[in-house]
Design a binder for this molecule. Structure first.
Ligand SMILES: [Mg+2]
Length: 327
C-alpha cells in the first residue's frame, strides 16, 4: 500500500467492511487472508489506456468495473469462485484523487456483486493510465482447463458473440451521444458480465473451457493447442444478437466477422461430451442462462475449420487482437 493516508481513508470508506475471510485488509503493508478450503486460484490481467480503453468512451467507474470483470472472467473459465483482489493503478501526474475514488467505486460495485474483497492497492506515477488486478479465487472439487477436449465432443459458447465489438465500433464510428439508443452493445463493451455461475456448472460437466477475451477464432486455436485437437465450427450457428446485427448494418460491417474476430466478449467457450448435453441444458436453465452449440471437436490434423453459410469448409484464420498494437 503506497497511498497518502487521506486517500486510503476515502478508499476504505468506499469499500466498506470486508468479509470475515479478510484478517488484515487494505491500509497495512500487506493483506492477511484466511486460506481457501479448496484449491487456490490466482490470475492477473491489466488494462492500459490507448490499448484497452479510451476515457472519452468510458468513465473511471466503468473502467474499475471492467478491469475487475475481465479478471473474474478468467476465474470463471477455470470453474472457480473469486475471493480477493489487489489493484495496481498507474496514473499520469495531473490525474486527481477523485479519479482514483471513482475507479474504486466501480471496482467495489463489481466486487460486491461477486463476493470479492479488495484487499490491497498501489498507485504509481506513469505516462499512461493503467490498471492491473491480481485476483485470487478458490475451487472446490473439479475445475476446468484448456486441455481436455476430445474428438467427438461438441463445442459451445455462452451468451452472444460480437456484441462488445459492436459497442466499440459504435463508439468509434457514431460517437458516444449517438449510442444512447444502443444500450445492449454499449453494456456488452463497457460492463461485460463474467460467467462465474456458468463456469461452476461447467466444471462438473464440460471437458475444457476458455474465456473469450481475444475473439472466438483466437480462443479456438488456444483450446486446439492445449487439447491437441481440431475444430469444425458452423458459421450459421454462431449466436449473434439482433442488436449486434443492427449495429453492423449501421456502420456497414459484418456481424459474423465481429463474432469470430472481435475481442472482449468475455463469454465462455467450452467442449463437452454430447451424452451430457441434457444435463448441461438443465444446469443452464436453472441459472436462467443459455449456451449455443457451434460445432464439434475434430482430430488435430484437421486444424480449425469453418463451415461457411454456403456449406463450404475452409480454414479459420485467427486475426486476433494484438495486445501490443494500439487499436
Ligand atoms: Mg482468459
Amino acid at each position: 500500500m503506497n497511498l497518502e493516508f487521506a486517500l486510503i481513508e476515502k478508499l476504505q470508506a468506499i469499500l466498506g467492511k470486508p468479509s470475515p475471510r479478510v484478517i488484515v485488509g487494505i491500509g497495512d503493508d500487506a493483506a492477511i487472508l484466511q486460506p481457501p478450503t479448496g484449491k487456490l486460484i490466482a490470475t492477473l490481467d491489466a488494462m492500459v489506456e490507448g490499448v484497452h480503453f479510451d476515457l472519452s468512451f468510458c468513465t473511471p467507474q466503468e473502467l474499475g468495473h471492467k478491469a475487475l470483470a475481465v479478471n473474474l472472467s478468467d476465474i470463471a473459465a477455470m470453474g472457480g469462485e473469486p475471493t480477493a483482489a489487489l489493484v495496481s493503478l498507474g496514473l499520469r501526474k495531473e490525474i486527481p484523487d477523485s479519479f482514483v475514488e471513482e475507479v474504486y467505486r466501480g471496482l467495489h460495485a463489481e466486487a460486491r456483486s461477486h463476493g470479492v474483497d479488495i484487499v490491497g492497492g498501489n498507485v504509481t506515477g506513469a505516462r499512461e493510465i493503467s490498471i492491473a488486478i491480481t485476483l485470487l479465487g478458490q475451487v472446490q472439487g473439479k475445475w476446468l482447463s484448456r486441455a481436455g477436449a476430445t474428438v467427438g465432443n461438441k463445442v459451445a459458447v455462452t451468451g452472444f458473440l460480437g456484441a462488445s465489438a459492436a459497442g466499440l465500433k459504435g463508439f468509434k464510428r457514431l460517437g458516444k451521444d449517438a449510442l444512447a439508443a444502443h444500450h445492449e452493445v454499449v453494456q456488452a463493451h463497457l460492463l461485460p458480465q463474467p460467467r462465474l455461475a456458468e463456469g461452476r456448472a461447467l466444471a462438473e460437466t464440460a471437458t475444457s473451457a476458455i474465456d473469450i477475451s481475444d475473439g472466438l477464432a483466437n480462443e479456438l486455436f488456444h483450446l486446439a493447442e492445449a487439447s491437441k485437437v481440431g475444430f469444425l465450427v458452423d458459421v450459421k450457428s454462431l449466436p449473434i444478437s439482433a442488436a449486434t446485427r443492427k449495429m453492423a448494418g449501421l456502420v456497414g460491417e459484418d456481424a459474423v466477422e465481429w463474432a469470430l474476430q472481435g475481442g472482449e466478449d468475455y463469454e465462455l467457450l467450452f467442449t463437452f461430451d454430447p451424452a451430457r448435453q441434457p444435463e448441461l441444458e438443465k444446469r443452464f436453465s436453472a441459472l436462467k442462462s443459455s449456451f449455443s452449440v457451434i460445432g464439434e471437436v475434430r482430430p488435430a490434423n484437421e486444424r480449425v475449420m469453418l463451415k461457411t453459410a454456403e456449406g463450404k469448409t475452409k480454414p479459420l484464420v485467427a486475426k486476433g487482437w494484438d495486445h501490443r498494437a494500439k487499436r
